[in-house]
Design a protein around this ligand. Sequence first.
Ligand code: PHB
Length: 389
Amino acid sequence: MQRRHAFATLAAAALFAIGATGAHAQGAKVKVGFMLPYTGTYAALGNAIENGFRLYVQEQGGKLGGREIEFVKVDDESDPAKATDNVNKLIKRDSVDVIVGTVHSGVAMAMAKAAKDSGTLLIVPNAGADAVTGPMCAPNIFRSSFSNWQPAYAMGEVAAKRGHKKAITITWKYAAGDESVNGFKEAFEKNGGQVVKQLTLPFPNVEFQALLTEIAAAKPDAVYSFFAGGGAVKFVKDYAGAGLNKNIPLYGPGFLTDGTLEAQGDAAQGMLTTLHYADGLNTPRDNAFRLAYAKAYKLQPDVYAVQGYDAAQMLGIGLGAVKGDVSKKAEFAAAIEKAKIDSPRGAFTISKAHNPVQDIYLRKVDGKVNQVSGVAVKGLADPARGCRM
Ligand code: PHB
């Protein structure tokens, strides 16, 4: 009985070993694990990222680097407390070849740690956590989106150049909010402005009234805020509802008004934001992307859809260079590092820390679109403070 059991175990182990090599051999499918928010304030962002990613794969006939792509997914609920368990479902249970995620910076930092420890490829299609391409940077970790510093720094310059002197900031108290405010403050104060008060509330709370009352009483020249998804919809509406938009301009990174204008309506009209994507770019590349996306999903794309699409493009570049063999990590990274990514946002390159080097647009809300009104900062690279690679 015991011997039989031992034999069965041995046979199972051998089968597993064959299976494991087989899975990595050329010809087998590449398993992509989406770890994204499908519920909560960022749910629409997660869906747009997945849509964008799948669109690019479809355009390539379902294959990247000569290998078919299969998907598994986990809803991370934008909950950092569940992040390590969730990412390990993909790494250990599902044995994915590549992880694509996520939106929330706190969740992304736990994912980056797990990716670094296990060596699993990770492409971050949104979360801006500066640490991911800073102190936590790694050869197997890439970002198709931005660092929280990038659009924030650009807005600090814009706001100062528009003549504002005293600003109040307001955001959710977590990595993305803190880093966004820091990036804004750095450029705003370098250019003669001053951040006089930093207001926060816990993520993902939307009880803004007391803080809006504080802003009204302090009468700053401008307000800078980081919110996104459902929270951004409510914040922009409450800001206008309190009448503040008449006298105190509200600025932010473009997340404040991207994918949200339908719901924000009049409250968002005329707002200026900075971001690495905009409506009305009117390039052949962006027009083709927008048409294909609208056809596939009966929806207009937003920055999140673009970031998902470009995450798939980056995976395609890496897999193409290694002919589908994900074990060749150094060649995979080298190909992405020297690539020019043909993004709908405009072509961009990837820094040594693996973050996009990209133009940051100034946009103005006009009806249902974030109309491009110029480039705020050209070819902006994150400083990648603390990255040793
Ligand atoms: C983030 O947590 O890094 C984050 C979330 C939503 C955004 C942008 C950044 O729209």
